[in-house]
Write a protein that binds this ligand. Structure first.
Ligand SMILES: [Zn+2]
Length: 228
């Protein structure tokens, strides 16, 4: 989470017709809280708690309890590495940072409408983008099933020092509780951008140096993998 000089692009939506863009130079965080601004949530440090669905294991993330449909935000920019159903995470999305060192896992997304419009595997997303919607899917081998008791986002962060750690017993998942607390100061504001599909988009964009060329470069580095 680097604090560095960034350019903020502010898009003003005036009555949905007139667009006025104002550029502003700012210092600030480039990482965002995974819960959109103005949506409430609660959490506690539940890293390492026991979980029993499927097999006995520990909880490798932080559960953010909120309302169904809350827009979920990309914490860091990166490439969508996994998208679709996983029996543990339900509808989930996995995003790898451009340098390949961090993998973000967002799970239990909304039944029938898990992902934001246009989200596809292999695409580039920017920190602050809407990527999906909070739900309670998962704990089922059958797709699109709500088997989680309390609606929440499961947010996980994996550190990858070497590709051999991926999909192996050497995976490193960290306790993100304090990171979530820290990110509360930087939340992405959203608005309903499509009345028909009920999709949301970010209200304020920012320019990230080298962002446009990142997607292809990362594809050529061959960072794709197969499991959660
Ligand atoms: Zn969880």
């Amino acid at each position: 989470m680097k604090i560095m000089k960034i350019l903020i692009l502010i898009k003003k939506i005036l009555h949905g017709i007139k667009n006025e863009k104002i550029m502003e130079e700012r210092y600030g965080l480039k990482a965002f809280l995974p819960i959109a601004k103005n949506y409430s949530f609660s959490h506690y440090d539940d890293f390492g708690n026991s979980r029993s669905y499927g097999f006995k294991r520990v909880h490798l993330g932080n559960d953010l309890m909120g309302s169904i449909g809350t827009p979920i935000i990309a914490v860091e920019s990166g490439i969508v590495e996994h998208l679709g159903w996983n029996q543990y995470g339900g509808w989930r999305i996995g995003i790898r940072s451009f340098d390949g060192k961090r993998y973000y896992y967002y799970a239990h997304l909304r039944k029938n409408h898990p992902y934001a419009e246009g989200i596809e595997e292999g695409m580039t997303v920017k920190a602050g983008d809407v990527i999906g919607y909070l739900g309670m899917t998962g704990y089922s081998t059958k797709e699109n099933v709500n088997n989680i008791n309390v609606p929440h986002l499961h947010f996980g962060m994996q550190l990858i020092f070497d590709e051999s750690q991926v999909d192996s017993p050497n995976e490193i998942w960290i306790d993100v509780y304090q990171i979530i607390e820290f990110l509360k100061q930087n939340r992405s504001e959203v608005y309903q951008s499509n009345n028909e599909t009920k999709d949301y988009s970010r209200k304020y964009d920012f320019m990230e140096e080298g962002f446009e060329g990142r997607s292809l470069k990362s594809l050529f580095l061959g960072i794709f993998r197969t499991v959660p």
